[in-house]
Design a protein around this ligand. Structure first.
Ligand code: SR1
Ligand code: MG
Length: 390
């Protein structure tokens, strides 16, 4: 009976988070703990628990049974907490430098207790404050080469890959992406959110059959191509950084999908910075180029050294796949650019532009680049070609 009571789900408060930390023996019995709710995302509670005297701290992340960004009217599975902690553990094994450590997870309470990364800053926030993170792009290229190769049919034995595909069936979170990225922005859906000044451009999108046909193909790829275990929501709000370190957090949208999806989200979220600040364009384009070339170099090294697929040595196979990943990434990046401009969930890079005329102009540019990337993605054969077309 007592165990059952302890295990019943209830949203934590700052004080019950301290009680939980004590119950889990995360700190010494005598520790004086402070707790602050620091969650600024769309979905979860995040508590930072600190023992100042002993300079120790942990993060307790808890899923809410609804989407915080909308409210209790949008119920959401608690199972995403387990998807997230399981994905973090797998990614930590594969790419240890770029993933926080999980200390404890509980499915019933929907919590993950993990390493406190408060010495770092969320990459989107840091960029908006005018900072740059010279190693970020190479780190993300390395992280994705490892996670996307080592969880694919090239890096895993067939039975293990299929077992993991089953473990990471994530229908509710995938449905959010299917709706918010691939569907709603292309129709007059109630979830959409955009300034009236953009109505002309938005109507053009809703009536653009060529664009919608290409979005349908990208959505089909997202629905059906189980290539590797994706992070699933790899925007710059899911990345902690400093000048030396990069840590990828929040993989609650993880599932087996097309590798271009994670790659494209990184590209799009870097592009928001280049569009919002023309003086940063060269720096950001350089990040995108380094990101892609590092990904290709490291993926190629893994392909040549750790491949489980006998056909991998077939001439032209790797270059075909990498070219396909680039085209897919460009298309998915285009979808991310459009949905963050007119869909439900926006980005502070654009919304934070104070001057109305400048902000609307930046959003028009974003929509136009988004369309070009989606419709023309198959014409690009190199990242340099993409960047010089922008
Ligand atoms: C209702 S969730 C809205 C967005 O926040 C998440 O971080 C995902 O990007 C999702 O699309
Ligand atoms: Mg998130």
């Amino acid at each position: 009976q007592q165990k059952q009571q302890q295990q019943t789900y209830e949203p934590l408060t700052e004080s019950t988070a301290i009680e939980l930390a004590k119950k889990l023996n995360l700190f010494s019995d005598q520790a004086v703990l402070q707790s602050t709710e620091i969650g600024d995302g769309n979905l979860n509670l995040v508590f930072r628990i600190v023992d100042q005297e002993n300079n120790q701290s942990v993060i307790i992340k808890q899923a809410l049974p609804y989407a915080k960004v909308v409210g209790e009217s949008w119920p959401l599975t608690l199972k995403r907490a387990t998807i997230e902690s399981d994905a973090l553990k797998i990614f930590k094994d594969i790419a240890p430098d770029f993933v926080p450590e999980v200390y404890f997870a509980d499915e019933e309470l929907a919590i993950t207790v993990m390493e406190d990364l408060s010495h770092l800053i969320i990459a989107r926030t840091g960029f908006i404050q005018g900072n740059d993170y010279p190693l970020l792009s190479a780190h993300l290229g390395k992280y994705l080469a490892r996670t996307l190769f080592l969880t694919s049919d090239f890096g895993l034995k067939p039975a293990k890959k299929k077992e993991l595909v089953g473990q990471f069936i994530n229908p509710e979170l995938c449905k959010i992406t299917e709706d918010l990225i691939f569907t709603d922005p292309f129709f007059d859906a109630p979830t959409n959110n955009f300034e009236q000044e953009l109505l002309k451009e938005v109507n053009q999108i809703w009536n653009d059959q060529q664009l919608k046909f290409q979005v349908a193909l990208l959505k089909k790829s997202f629905l059906t191509d189980s290539e590797a275990l994706l992070h699933g929501d790899l925007h710059t709000g899911s990345i902690f950084v400093s000048e030396e370190e990069t840590k990828v957090i929040d993989p609650e949208f993880a599932y087996f999908g097309p590798i271009g999806f994670d790659l494209g989200q990184v590209i799009a979220n870097l592009l928001f910075q280049a569009i919002a600040n023309s003086e940063k364009r060269e720096v950001i384009y350089n990040h995108i180029e380094v990101f892609w070339t590092t990904f290709v170099k490291d993926y190629e090294a893994l392909w040549n050294s750790q491949n489980e697929e006998p056909l991998a040595t077939t001439e032209g196979y790797l270059s075909f796949l990498l070219e396909k990943a680039l085209k897919d990434a460009i298309g998915f990046a285009g979808c991310e650019l459009i949905r963050r401009t007119i869909g439900l969930a926006h980005v502070a890079d654009l919304d934070g532009i104070q001057d109305d005329t400048e902000r609307i102009e930046a959003k028009r540019t974003t929509l136009s680049i988004g369309r070009e990337l989606i419709v023309n993605r198959n014409q690009f054969t190199s990242i340099q070609q993409l960047l010089s077309s922008l």
